[in-house]
Design a protein around this ligand. Structure first.
Ligand SMILES: *Cc1c(COP(=O)(O)O)cnc(C)c1O
Length: 421
């Protein structure tokens, strides 16, 4: 349900994250938004029920359509993103697929960044293609690549920034201008930055998508998604698809995510302070071959990051010596830093695409997609910097002696082999 935004002055990001979407107190004066764990809502009369169904009167009907706890979360994210309204979904992928379903029809064409989230790409490639929607994938770090791919049938431009796993950026204002000129919608998956650091609607995007599972919830314990729109027309369209297809969020899930959201600004502030220090540390480490972090002056889009982001974020990718084996050695030696996919939690997580998420892709294809063997992705959390640095340092230093470890092991194995075996 689209509620009237509280008539509040423009507040800071922390204040907004903490207060936006708060419901009116009930008679009990509760401070936390209650969990309205009810699948359906009673009407005081048949006439009132009819008025709610027709939209003549506001009021709750059924939780697949609207629920007060879910609405509170929607209102919070919409306020942070500066959107007209937002609709919550069960997962981030439910948000992505709802945006596709709401706006794409047979014969439409999509220009998408080749670095969008894997599942978002697979839906376009092998599911929507079955329904007659065609997609061209481009390196969106250069706006002219988007422009060259536009066709008269292009209905949507779909990008992310920062991108995974290169931590390169898409110029949002540039992408928005191209989409607008061609009459296409610009949809931006803002999961990697989050609304306290980047608000794509301010740069002309029409739709913003979030996997709330990441920074917004921030505690690696709940899944969720959100679609935020710039205007009512797109809001109504997305709302209809999400309600009809049943991608709706559950009230208990919404309450947990709302609890995480309240500390979004302070968590991201701490994590990106760690990220900046770690990026410098990694740059100077002898086992590290390169570092991609938008906050480093050497990042090719450092100026763009300053223009479109309020901070440089918490995601770093870097290369390690000895390629695939170096990455594996690092993964197997981190202690404090968790070896897991996902990102955006208070705990730091590390991932090596070539040996983990993208291991099933043939090496040549991986390289084509920019997934280098030596590339490691780090989601920086809120721990103490020194502890993260020490953990990375000891694990990186193991890369140097992996050869001698392996060859010593090999020599031992050879020596222990019975002749004739
Ligand atoms: C994780 C993620 C998704 C998918 O979200 P789920 O909550 O796992 O469904 C989509 N986009 C990006 C950028 C993500 O990181």
């Amino acid at each position: 349900m689209k509620t009237d935004r509280k008539k509040l002055p423009k507040l800071g990001k922390s204040t907004t994250a903490i207060h936006a979407g708060g419901l009116e107190h009930s008679i009990y004066g509760e401070v936390s938004v209650p969990i309205f764990q009810s699948s359906t809502f009673a009407f005081p009369s048949a006439e009132e029920g009819a008025a709610r169904f027709s939209g003549e009167k506001p009021g709750y009907i059924y939780s697949r359509l609207d629920n007060p706890t879910v609405n509170a979360l929607e209102e919070s994210v919409a306020t942070l993103e500066g959107g007209f309204g937002a609709v919550a979904t069960a997962t981030g992928m439910a948000a992505v697929s709802s945006v596709y379903l709401a706006f794409l029809s047979r014969g439409d064409h999509v220009v998408a960044s080749s670095c969008i989230y894997g599942s978002s790409r697979v839906i376009l490639e092998s599911e929507l293609s079955r329904y007659g929607v065609e997609t061209t994938f481009v390196d969106s770090s250069e706006p002219s690549n988007i422009e060259k791919a536009m066709r008269p049938q292009t209905r949507m431009v779909f990008v992310e920034t920062p991108m995974n796993p290169s931590i390169r950026l898409t110029d949002l204002a540039g992408a928005a201008a191209i989409a607008k000129k061609c009459g296409a919608l610009l949809a931006v998956d803002n999961t990697f930055a989050g609304p306290t650091l980047q608000r794509p609607l301010e740069f002309g995007a029409d739709i913003v998508i979030h996997s709330l599972t990441k920074f917004i919830n921030g505690h690696a314990d709940v899944l969720g998604g959100m679609v935020v729109t710039r205007d009512q027309e797109h809001y109504d369209r997305v709302k209809k698809v999400i309600s009809l297809f049943g991608c709706t969020m559950d009230p208990h899930q919404a309450w947990l995510i709302l609890r995480g959201l309240r500390t979004l600004a302070i968590r991201v502030e701490k994590a990106q302070e760690n990220a900046m220090k770690l990026a410098h540390f990694l740059e100077s480490h002898p086992r590290v071959t390169w570092v991609s972090y938008p906050g480093l002056a050497g990042h090719p889009q450092h100026d763009l990051a300053k223009r479109q982001m309020d901070g440089f974020g918490c995601m770093i990718s870097f290369g390690v010596e000895k390629g695939l084996q170096g990455g594996i050695t690092l993964m197997n030696n981190v202690g404090l830093i968790g070896l897991a996919v996902s990102l955006g939690g208070v705990e730091s997580l590390i991932e090596h695409p070539a040996s983990m998420t993208h291991a099933c892709i043939p090496p040549e294809k991986r390289r084509e997609a920019g997934i280098l063997d030596e590339l490691v992705r780090l989601s920086v959390g809120c721990e103490d910097f020194e502890d993260l640095r020490n953990d990375l340092d000891q694990a990186l230093n193991r890369i140097g002696d992996y050869r001698s470890v392996t060859s010593a092991l090999q020599a031992e194995m050879e020596a222990s082999q019975e002749p004739g075996c």
